[in-house]
Design a binder for this molecule. Structure first.
Ligand code: SF4
Length: 487
Protein backbone atom coordinates (compact mmCIF):
# COMPACT_ATOMS: atom_id res chain seq x y z
CA UNK A 1 0.00 0.00 0.00
CA UNK A 2 2.93 2.34 0.78
CA UNK A 3 4.44 1.71 -2.66
CA UNK A 4 1.11 2.37 -4.35
CA UNK A 5 0.65 5.60 -2.43
CA UNK A 6 4.12 6.65 -3.59
CA UNK A 7 3.07 5.89 -7.18
CA UNK A 8 0.07 8.20 -6.74
CA UNK A 9 2.32 10.99 -5.44
CA UNK A 10 4.66 10.54 -8.43
CA UNK A 11 1.68 10.69 -10.81
CA UNK A 12 0.58 13.94 -9.22
CA UNK A 13 4.05 15.45 -9.61
CA UNK A 14 4.27 14.33 -13.24
CA UNK A 15 0.88 15.86 -13.93
CA UNK A 16 2.00 19.28 -12.75
CA UNK A 17 5.24 19.09 -14.70
CA UNK A 18 3.55 17.97 -17.88
CA UNK A 19 1.13 20.78 -18.45
CA UNK A 20 0.18 24.17 -17.11
CA UNK A 21 -3.02 23.69 -15.17
CA UNK A 22 -3.34 27.41 -14.40
CA UNK A 23 -2.64 28.66 -17.90
CA UNK A 24 -5.33 30.96 -19.33
CA UNK A 25 -4.81 29.27 -22.71
CA UNK A 26 -7.17 26.44 -23.64
CA UNK A 27 -4.52 24.38 -25.41
CA UNK A 28 -2.36 24.49 -22.30
CA UNK A 29 -4.91 23.67 -19.59
CA UNK A 30 -6.54 21.09 -21.89
CA UNK A 31 -3.17 19.73 -22.96
CA UNK A 32 -3.61 17.22 -25.81
CA UNK A 33 -0.43 15.29 -24.95
CA UNK A 34 -1.46 15.03 -21.29
CA UNK A 35 -4.83 13.59 -22.34
CA UNK A 36 -3.21 11.05 -24.68
CA UNK A 37 -0.72 10.01 -22.01
CA UNK A 38 -3.51 9.74 -19.44
CA UNK A 39 -5.47 7.51 -21.83
CA UNK A 40 -2.41 5.33 -22.31
CA UNK A 41 -1.77 5.27 -18.55
CA UNK A 42 -5.40 4.29 -17.88
CA UNK A 43 -5.38 1.51 -20.46
CA UNK A 44 -2.08 0.06 -19.32
CA UNK A 45 -3.16 0.10 -15.66
CA UNK A 46 -6.74 -1.07 -16.10
CA UNK A 47 -5.91 -4.41 -14.46
CA UNK A 48 -3.36 -3.09 -11.96
CA UNK A 49 -5.23 -4.24 -8.88
CA UNK A 50 -2.91 -2.62 -6.39
CA UNK A 51 -3.20 0.79 -8.05
CA UNK A 52 -6.97 0.45 -8.51
CA UNK A 53 -7.34 -0.42 -4.82
CA UNK A 54 -5.36 2.68 -3.85
CA UNK A 55 -7.49 4.89 -6.11
CA UNK A 56 -10.66 3.41 -4.64
CA UNK A 57 -9.32 4.04 -1.16
CA UNK A 58 -8.72 7.70 -2.05
CA UNK A 59 -12.22 7.98 -3.52
CA UNK A 60 -13.70 6.54 -0.32
CA UNK A 61 -12.43 9.55 1.58
CA UNK A 62 -14.67 11.76 -0.59
CA UNK A 63 -11.86 14.09 -1.56
CA UNK A 64 -12.12 13.50 -5.28
CA UNK A 65 -9.78 12.00 -7.87
CA UNK A 66 -7.31 13.43 -10.36
CA UNK A 67 -8.03 12.84 -14.02
CA UNK A 68 -5.50 10.02 -14.44
CA UNK A 69 -6.82 8.18 -11.41
CA UNK A 70 -10.40 8.63 -12.60
CA UNK A 71 -9.53 7.50 -16.13
CA UNK A 72 -7.90 4.35 -14.76
CA UNK A 73 -11.06 3.48 -12.80
CA UNK A 74 -13.16 4.21 -15.88
CA UNK A 75 -11.12 1.82 -18.00
CA UNK A 76 -10.91 -0.91 -15.34
CA UNK A 77 -12.35 -4.22 -16.48
CA UNK A 78 -12.05 -6.15 -13.21
CA UNK A 79 -15.67 -7.01 -12.30
CA UNK A 80 -15.20 -6.86 -8.51
CA UNK A 81 -13.48 -3.45 -8.67
CA UNK A 82 -16.19 -2.14 -11.00
CA UNK A 83 -18.89 -3.30 -8.60
CA UNK A 84 -17.12 -1.41 -5.82
CA UNK A 85 -16.93 1.70 -8.03
CA UNK A 86 -20.72 1.60 -8.45
CA UNK A 87 -21.29 0.85 -4.78
CA UNK A 88 -19.02 3.70 -3.69
CA UNK A 89 -20.73 6.11 -6.10
CA UNK A 90 -24.09 5.11 -4.59
CA UNK A 91 -22.74 5.64 -1.06
CA UNK A 92 -21.13 9.02 -1.82
CA UNK A 93 -24.30 10.19 -3.52
CA UNK A 94 -26.35 9.21 -0.48
CA UNK A 95 -23.83 10.68 1.98
CA UNK A 96 -23.44 14.07 0.25
CA UNK A 97 -26.82 14.61 -1.39
CA UNK A 98 -29.13 12.43 0.67
CA UNK A 99 -32.31 11.60 -1.21
CA UNK A 100 -32.74 15.04 -2.77
CA UNK A 101 -33.12 15.52 -6.51
CA UNK A 102 -33.31 19.12 -7.71
CA UNK A 103 -35.88 19.79 -10.44
CA UNK A 104 -35.58 22.22 -13.36
CA UNK A 105 -36.89 22.84 -16.88
CA UNK A 106 -35.26 24.20 -20.02
CA UNK A 107 -36.79 27.23 -21.73
CA UNK A 108 -35.87 27.69 -25.38
CA UNK A 109 -35.91 31.38 -26.35
CA UNK A 110 -34.75 31.19 -29.94
CA UNK A 111 -33.46 28.71 -32.50
CA UNK A 112 -31.87 31.24 -34.84
CA UNK A 113 -28.20 30.35 -35.08
CA UNK A 114 -25.22 31.42 -37.16
CA UNK A 115 -23.09 28.42 -36.23
CA UNK A 116 -22.56 25.25 -38.20
CA UNK A 117 -22.48 22.61 -35.42
CA UNK A 118 -23.15 19.44 -37.38
CA UNK A 119 -24.82 17.57 -34.47
CA UNK A 120 -27.42 20.28 -33.80
CA UNK A 121 -30.53 20.87 -35.94
CA UNK A 122 -30.33 24.63 -35.26
CA UNK A 123 -27.20 24.88 -37.42
CA UNK A 124 -27.36 27.71 -39.92
CA UNK A 125 -27.53 25.52 -43.02
CA UNK A 126 -30.62 23.61 -41.90
CA UNK A 127 -33.15 25.32 -44.15
CA UNK A 128 -36.02 22.99 -43.25
CA UNK A 129 -36.00 24.07 -39.60
CA UNK A 130 -38.69 26.73 -38.96
CA UNK A 131 -37.01 29.56 -37.05
CA UNK A 132 -38.59 31.24 -34.08
CA UNK A 133 -37.60 33.79 -31.47
CA UNK A 134 -39.96 34.36 -28.57
CA UNK A 135 -41.28 37.87 -27.95
CA UNK A 136 -41.38 39.08 -24.35
CA UNK A 137 -45.11 38.39 -24.32
CA UNK A 138 -44.52 34.84 -25.57
CA UNK A 139 -41.88 34.39 -22.86
CA UNK A 140 -44.50 35.48 -20.34
CA UNK A 141 -46.89 32.81 -21.63
CA UNK A 142 -44.17 30.14 -21.52
CA UNK A 143 -43.15 31.06 -18.01
CA UNK A 144 -46.73 31.11 -16.76
CA UNK A 145 -47.15 27.61 -18.22
CA UNK A 146 -43.95 26.52 -16.46
CA UNK A 147 -45.02 28.12 -13.19
CA UNK A 148 -48.37 26.36 -13.47
CA UNK A 149 -46.50 23.07 -13.71
CA UNK A 150 -44.67 23.95 -10.48
CA UNK A 151 -41.21 24.86 -11.77
CA UNK A 152 -39.09 27.36 -9.84
CA UNK A 153 -35.76 26.91 -11.68
CA UNK A 154 -35.19 27.36 -15.40
CA UNK A 155 -32.31 26.89 -17.80
CA UNK A 156 -32.52 29.43 -20.65
CA UNK A 157 -31.38 28.13 -24.02
CA UNK A 158 -30.74 30.10 -27.18
CA UNK A 159 -28.84 29.78 -30.44
CA UNK A 160 -26.20 32.37 -31.32
CA UNK A 161 -27.42 35.04 -33.72
CA UNK A 162 -27.41 38.84 -34.17
CA UNK A 163 -31.16 38.46 -33.66
CA UNK A 164 -30.62 37.48 -30.03
CA UNK A 165 -28.02 39.91 -28.67
CA UNK A 166 -27.14 40.07 -25.00
CA UNK A 167 -29.75 42.83 -24.53
CA UNK A 168 -32.48 40.40 -25.61
CA UNK A 169 -31.24 37.77 -23.16
CA UNK A 170 -31.08 40.34 -20.32
CA UNK A 171 -34.57 41.62 -21.10
CA UNK A 172 -35.85 38.04 -21.13
CA UNK A 173 -34.27 37.31 -17.73
CA UNK A 174 -35.93 40.41 -16.28
CA UNK A 175 -39.28 39.42 -17.79
CA UNK A 176 -38.97 35.95 -16.25
CA UNK A 177 -38.04 37.12 -12.75
CA UNK A 178 -40.85 39.73 -12.80
CA UNK A 179 -43.67 37.26 -13.51
CA UNK A 180 -45.66 36.47 -10.39
CA UNK A 181 -48.61 34.33 -11.38
CA UNK A 182 -50.78 32.85 -8.62
CA UNK A 183 -48.25 31.38 -6.14
CA UNK A 184 -45.71 30.80 -8.91
CA UNK A 185 -42.31 32.38 -9.27
CA UNK A 186 -39.14 31.51 -11.13
CA UNK A 187 -36.51 31.95 -8.46
CA UNK A 188 -33.38 30.89 -10.33
CA UNK A 189 -32.63 31.44 -14.00
CA UNK A 190 -29.62 29.51 -15.25
CA UNK A 191 -28.34 30.56 -18.65
CA UNK A 192 -26.97 28.41 -21.46
CA UNK A 193 -25.93 30.79 -24.24
CA UNK A 194 -22.91 31.00 -26.52
CA UNK A 195 -19.46 31.92 -25.25
CA UNK A 196 -19.22 35.67 -24.91
CA UNK A 197 -17.11 38.53 -23.56
CA UNK A 198 -16.22 39.38 -19.95
CA UNK A 199 -18.35 42.51 -20.32
CA UNK A 200 -21.40 40.47 -21.34
CA UNK A 201 -20.81 37.96 -18.55
CA UNK A 202 -20.78 40.92 -16.15
CA UNK A 203 -24.17 41.96 -17.50
CA UNK A 204 -25.50 38.43 -16.94
CA UNK A 205 -24.11 38.44 -13.41
CA UNK A 206 -25.82 41.77 -12.71
CA UNK A 207 -29.07 40.40 -14.11
CA UNK A 208 -29.02 37.82 -11.30
CA UNK A 209 -28.43 34.61 -13.19
CA UNK A 210 -27.83 31.39 -11.29
CA UNK A 211 -25.39 29.14 -13.15
CA UNK A 212 -23.79 29.99 -16.49
CA UNK A 213 -23.81 26.74 -18.44
CA UNK A 214 -21.77 26.08 -21.55
CA UNK A 215 -21.13 22.63 -22.92
CA UNK A 216 -17.73 22.06 -24.42
CA UNK A 217 -19.28 19.43 -26.76
CA UNK A 218 -15.82 17.83 -27.19
CA UNK A 219 -12.40 18.69 -25.80
CA UNK A 220 -10.66 17.12 -28.80
CA UNK A 221 -9.56 20.23 -30.74
CA UNK A 222 -9.29 18.59 -34.14
CA UNK A 223 -12.69 16.92 -33.79
CA UNK A 224 -14.13 20.12 -32.35
CA UNK A 225 -13.06 22.02 -35.46
CA UNK A 226 -14.55 19.34 -37.75
CA UNK A 227 -17.82 19.40 -35.81
CA UNK A 228 -17.96 23.23 -35.82
CA UNK A 229 -16.91 24.13 -39.35
CA UNK A 230 -18.39 27.63 -39.43
CA UNK A 231 -19.49 30.47 -37.17
CA UNK A 232 -17.99 32.01 -34.02
CA UNK A 233 -18.32 28.73 -32.14
CA UNK A 234 -15.68 27.22 -34.45
CA UNK A 235 -13.04 29.06 -32.39
CA UNK A 236 -11.98 26.28 -29.99
CA UNK A 237 -9.90 28.52 -27.73
CA UNK A 238 -12.58 31.21 -27.35
CA UNK A 239 -15.18 28.58 -26.50
CA UNK A 240 -12.97 26.59 -24.11
CA UNK A 241 -11.78 29.69 -22.24
CA UNK A 242 -15.35 30.98 -21.76
CA UNK A 243 -15.62 29.80 -18.15
CA UNK A 244 -12.46 31.70 -17.21
CA UNK A 245 -14.02 34.87 -18.63
CA UNK A 246 -17.31 34.15 -16.82
CA UNK A 247 -15.40 33.71 -13.55
CA UNK A 248 -13.43 36.91 -14.22
CA UNK A 249 -16.79 38.67 -14.56
CA UNK A 250 -17.86 37.40 -11.15
CA UNK A 251 -20.04 34.45 -12.18
CA UNK A 252 -18.78 31.87 -9.73
CA UNK A 253 -21.32 29.11 -10.48
CA UNK A 254 -20.51 27.64 -13.87
CA UNK A 255 -21.75 24.41 -15.44
CA UNK A 256 -19.57 22.18 -17.65
CA UNK A 257 -20.58 19.35 -19.93
CA UNK A 258 -19.59 17.41 -23.02
CA UNK A 259 -21.88 15.84 -25.57
CA UNK A 260 -20.83 12.22 -25.17
CA UNK A 261 -20.75 10.44 -28.50
CA UNK A 262 -19.16 13.24 -30.53
CA UNK A 263 -15.64 12.02 -29.89
CA UNK A 264 -13.87 9.30 -27.91
CA UNK A 265 -15.56 9.13 -24.50
CA UNK A 266 -12.33 8.58 -22.59
CA UNK A 267 -10.68 11.60 -24.23
CA UNK A 268 -13.66 13.79 -23.37
CA UNK A 269 -13.96 12.40 -19.85
CA UNK A 270 -10.32 13.28 -19.14
CA UNK A 271 -10.72 16.71 -20.79
CA UNK A 272 -13.80 17.40 -18.66
CA UNK A 273 -11.97 16.60 -15.42
CA UNK A 274 -8.92 18.62 -16.53
CA UNK A 275 -11.24 21.56 -17.15
CA UNK A 276 -12.69 21.18 -13.64
CA UNK A 277 -9.17 20.95 -12.19
CA UNK A 278 -8.14 24.06 -14.14
CA UNK A 279 -11.05 26.12 -12.82
CA UNK A 280 -10.28 25.07 -9.26
CA UNK A 281 -6.56 25.87 -9.68
CA UNK A 282 -6.90 29.09 -11.67
CA UNK A 283 -10.13 30.57 -10.34
CA UNK A 284 -10.31 29.03 -6.86
CA UNK A 285 -13.56 27.15 -7.45
CA UNK A 286 -14.47 24.18 -9.59
CA UNK A 287 -17.65 23.77 -11.64
CA UNK A 288 -20.99 24.03 -9.83
CA UNK A 289 -22.48 21.40 -12.11
CA UNK A 290 -21.50 18.89 -14.77
CA UNK A 291 -24.02 17.75 -17.38
CA UNK A 292 -23.74 14.39 -19.09
CA UNK A 293 -25.79 14.54 -22.31
CA UNK A 294 -25.39 11.81 -24.92
CA UNK A 295 -25.96 12.48 -28.59
CA UNK A 296 -29.53 11.64 -29.60
CA UNK A 297 -31.68 11.96 -32.74
CA UNK A 298 -33.00 15.32 -33.98
CA UNK A 299 -34.16 16.94 -37.21
CA UNK A 300 -31.30 16.81 -39.75
CA UNK A 301 -29.13 14.82 -37.29
CA UNK A 302 -28.65 11.10 -37.80
CA UNK A 303 -27.00 9.49 -34.76
CA UNK A 304 -25.60 6.72 -36.94
CA UNK A 305 -23.27 9.38 -38.42
CA UNK A 306 -21.55 9.48 -35.02
CA UNK A 307 -19.45 6.38 -34.52
CA UNK A 308 -18.46 7.19 -30.94
CA UNK A 309 -21.92 6.54 -29.45
CA UNK A 310 -21.67 5.69 -25.75
CA UNK A 311 -23.51 2.49 -24.73
CA UNK A 312 -25.46 2.35 -21.45
CA UNK A 313 -22.81 0.32 -19.69
CA UNK A 314 -20.14 2.97 -20.26
CA UNK A 315 -22.58 5.82 -19.64
CA UNK A 316 -23.39 4.44 -16.18
CA UNK A 317 -19.73 4.10 -15.37
CA UNK A 318 -19.02 7.64 -16.59
CA UNK A 319 -21.61 8.97 -14.15
CA UNK A 320 -20.29 6.85 -11.28
CA UNK A 321 -16.64 7.83 -11.80
CA UNK A 322 -17.50 11.53 -12.21
CA UNK A 323 -19.31 11.28 -8.87
CA UNK A 324 -16.17 9.85 -7.25
CA UNK A 325 -13.91 12.41 -8.96
CA UNK A 326 -15.80 15.61 -8.12
CA UNK A 327 -18.03 14.62 -5.20
CA UNK A 328 -19.20 18.19 -4.50
CA UNK A 329 -20.21 19.08 -8.02
CA UNK A 330 -23.88 18.68 -8.92
CA UNK A 331 -24.55 16.36 -11.84
CA UNK A 332 -27.37 16.88 -14.32
CA UNK A 333 -29.22 14.54 -16.64
CA UNK A 334 -31.91 15.80 -19.02
CA UNK A 335 -34.91 14.27 -20.74
CA UNK A 336 -32.62 13.20 -23.58
CA UNK A 337 -32.36 10.06 -21.46
CA UNK A 338 -35.26 7.65 -21.06
CA UNK A 339 -37.03 6.99 -17.75
CA UNK A 340 -35.11 3.72 -17.43
CA UNK A 341 -31.75 5.33 -18.09
CA UNK A 342 -32.46 8.22 -15.70
CA UNK A 343 -33.45 5.75 -13.00
CA UNK A 344 -30.12 3.95 -13.37
CA UNK A 345 -27.95 7.06 -13.15
CA UNK A 346 -29.93 8.74 -10.35
CA UNK A 347 -28.55 6.10 -8.01
CA UNK A 348 -25.00 6.63 -9.22
CA UNK A 349 -24.61 10.34 -8.70
CA UNK A 350 -27.10 12.50 -10.60
CA UNK A 351 -28.40 15.32 -8.38
CA UNK A 352 -30.52 17.39 -10.81
CA UNK A 353 -33.00 16.36 -13.48
CA UNK A 354 -35.35 18.18 -15.81
CA UNK A 355 -38.99 17.21 -15.87
CA UNK A 356 -41.96 17.89 -18.14
CA UNK A 357 -39.47 19.43 -20.59
CA UNK A 358 -40.07 20.73 -24.08
CA UNK A 359 -37.04 21.35 -26.26
CA UNK A 360 -38.98 23.43 -28.80
CA UNK A 361 -39.18 27.22 -28.98
CA UNK A 362 -42.59 28.03 -27.50
CA UNK A 363 -43.12 24.37 -26.57
CA UNK A 364 -44.91 24.93 -23.27
CA UNK A 365 -47.97 26.53 -24.89
CA UNK A 366 -50.82 24.04 -25.00
CA UNK A 367 -51.32 24.38 -28.77
CA UNK A 368 -47.62 24.49 -29.72
CA UNK A 369 -46.34 22.10 -32.40
CA UNK A 370 -44.03 19.86 -30.37
CA UNK A 371 -41.43 18.68 -32.82
CA UNK A 372 -40.83 21.29 -35.52
CA UNK A 373 -38.36 23.47 -33.64
CA UNK A 374 -36.93 20.91 -31.22
CA UNK A 375 -33.18 20.92 -30.55
CA UNK A 376 -33.25 17.21 -29.73
CA UNK A 377 -35.76 14.41 -29.25
CA UNK A 378 -37.03 14.00 -25.73
CA UNK A 379 -36.92 10.41 -24.49
CA UNK A 380 -38.74 10.99 -21.21
CA UNK A 381 -42.11 12.53 -22.10
CA UNK A 382 -43.73 12.40 -18.68
CA UNK A 383 -45.39 15.46 -17.14
CA UNK A 384 -43.67 17.05 -14.14
CA UNK A 385 -46.31 15.63 -11.78
CA UNK A 386 -45.59 12.11 -13.06
CA UNK A 387 -41.84 12.63 -12.62
CA UNK A 388 -42.36 13.92 -9.07
CA UNK A 389 -44.63 10.96 -8.25
CA UNK A 390 -42.08 8.56 -9.73
CA UNK A 391 -39.23 10.08 -7.70
CA UNK A 392 -41.31 9.77 -4.53
CA UNK A 393 -42.05 6.12 -5.34
CA UNK A 394 -38.32 5.52 -5.73
CA UNK A 395 -37.62 7.03 -2.31
CA UNK A 396 -36.22 10.36 -3.54
CA UNK A 397 -37.18 13.84 -2.38
CA UNK A 398 -37.91 16.08 -5.38
CA UNK A 399 -36.57 19.52 -4.45
CA UNK A 400 -37.59 22.87 -5.91
CA UNK A 401 -35.05 24.66 -3.76
CA UNK A 402 -33.22 27.73 -5.06
CA UNK A 403 -32.09 28.98 -1.64
CA UNK A 404 -28.27 28.88 -1.95
CA UNK A 405 -28.17 31.28 -4.84
CA UNK A 406 -30.71 33.59 -3.20
CA UNK A 407 -28.79 33.55 0.10
CA UNK A 408 -25.48 34.32 -1.64
CA UNK A 409 -24.18 30.79 -1.11
CA UNK A 410 -22.42 30.53 -4.47
CA UNK A 411 -18.96 29.68 -5.75
CA UNK A 412 -16.37 28.92 -3.08
CA UNK A 413 -18.80 29.86 -0.25
CA UNK A 414 -21.11 27.10 -1.47
CA UNK A 415 -18.26 24.62 -1.92
CA UNK A 416 -16.90 25.28 1.57
CA UNK A 417 -20.31 24.64 3.12
CA UNK A 418 -20.67 21.43 1.13
CA UNK A 419 -17.17 20.19 1.97
CA UNK A 420 -17.64 20.80 5.70
CA UNK A 421 -21.04 19.12 5.64
CA UNK A 422 -22.74 22.28 6.98
CA UNK A 423 -24.92 22.40 3.89
CA UNK A 424 -26.89 19.47 5.31
CA UNK A 425 -28.65 21.91 7.64
CA UNK A 426 -29.97 23.80 4.62
CA UNK A 427 -30.50 21.42 1.71
CA UNK A 428 -32.56 18.70 3.36
CA UNK A 429 -35.03 21.03 5.11
CA UNK A 430 -35.22 23.31 2.04
CA UNK A 431 -36.08 20.32 -0.13
CA UNK A 432 -38.97 19.42 2.20
CA UNK A 433 -40.25 23.01 2.37
CA UNK A 434 -40.19 23.52 -1.40
CA UNK A 435 -41.70 20.11 -2.03
CA UNK A 436 -44.55 21.06 0.32
CA UNK A 437 -45.12 24.23 -1.76
CA UNK A 438 -45.25 22.11 -4.91
CA UNK A 439 -47.69 19.64 -3.35
CA UNK A 440 -50.00 22.39 -2.12
CA UNK A 441 -50.11 24.30 -5.40
CA UNK A 442 -49.58 21.90 -8.29
CA UNK A 443 -49.63 18.20 -7.42
CA UNK A 444 -52.33 15.68 -8.31
CA UNK A 445 -54.16 14.24 -5.26
CA UNK A 446 -52.17 10.97 -5.39
CA UNK A 447 -48.81 12.70 -5.59
CA UNK A 448 -49.84 15.13 -2.85
CA UNK A 449 -50.74 12.28 -0.51
CA UNK A 450 -47.50 10.42 -1.21
CA UNK A 451 -45.40 13.56 -0.84
CA UNK A 452 -46.95 14.67 2.42
CA UNK A 453 -46.42 11.26 3.93
CA UNK A 454 -42.77 11.46 3.00
CA UNK A 455 -42.38 15.02 4.34
CA UNK A 456 -43.83 14.06 7.73
CA UNK A 457 -41.46 11.11 7.94
CA UNK A 458 -38.40 13.08 6.81
CA UNK A 459 -38.99 16.02 9.15
CA UNK A 460 -38.32 13.64 12.04
CA UNK A 461 -34.87 12.78 10.65
CA UNK A 462 -33.54 16.37 10.61
CA UNK A 463 -30.64 16.03 13.07
CA UNK A 464 -30.45 19.61 14.37
CA UNK A 465 -33.35 20.17 16.79
CA UNK A 466 -33.68 23.91 16.09
CA UNK A 467 -33.67 23.35 12.32
CA UNK A 468 -36.19 20.52 12.73
CA UNK A 469 -38.54 22.77 14.69
CA UNK A 470 -38.20 25.65 12.24
CA UNK A 471 -38.68 23.40 9.20
CA UNK A 472 -41.82 21.92 10.77
CA UNK A 473 -43.16 25.44 11.40
CA UNK A 474 -42.45 26.41 7.78
CA UNK A 475 -44.28 23.33 6.48
CA UNK A 476 -47.31 24.13 8.66
CA UNK A 477 -47.29 27.76 7.47
CA UNK A 478 -47.19 26.61 3.84
CA UNK A 479 -50.20 24.38 4.53
CA UNK A 480 -51.99 27.54 5.71
CA UNK A 481 -51.16 29.41 2.48
CA UNK A 482 -47.85 31.19 3.18
CA UNK A 483 -44.97 30.74 0.72
CA UNK A 484 -41.27 31.15 0.06
CA UNK A 485 -39.48 30.05 3.26
CA UNK A 486 -35.85 29.00 3.17
CA UNK A 487 -32.78 28.26 5.26
S1 SF4 B 1 -25.32 23.79 -30.73
FE1 SF4 B 1 -25.81 25.90 -30.24
S2 SF4 B 1 -24.39 27.08 -31.47
FE2 SF4 B 1 -24.45 25.04 -32.38
S3 SF4 B 1 -26.03 25.16 -33.99
FE3 SF4 B 1 -26.99 24.39 -32.10
S4 SF4 B 1 -27.82 26.24 -31.16
FE4 SF4 B 1 -26.28 26.92 -32.65
Amino acid sequence: MVITSLILVVITIIRFIMYNIKSPKAEEFIDHAEILESMEYARSNKSNRQLLEAILQKATEGKGLLHREAATLLECELPDINERVFELARQLKERLYGKRIVMFAPLYLSNYCVNGCIYCPYHAKNKQMPRKKLTQEEIRQEVIALQDMGHKRLALESGEHPNTPIEYILESIKTIYDIKHRNGAIRRVNVNIAATTVENYRKLKNAGIGTYILFQETYHKEHYEQLHPTGPKSNYAYHTEAMDRAMEAGIDDVGLGVLFGLSNYLYDFIGLLMHAEHLEAACGVGPHTISVPRICPADDVDVSDFTNAVPDEIFHKLVAVIRLSVPYTGMIVSTRESQQSREAVLKLGISQISGGSHTTVGGYQVDAPQAETAQFSVSDHRALDEVVGWLLDKGYIPSFCTACYRQGRTGDRFMTLVKTGEIANCCGPNALITLEEYLQDYASPEVKAKGQKLIEAELKYIPNEKVKQKATEFVRSIEKGERDFRF
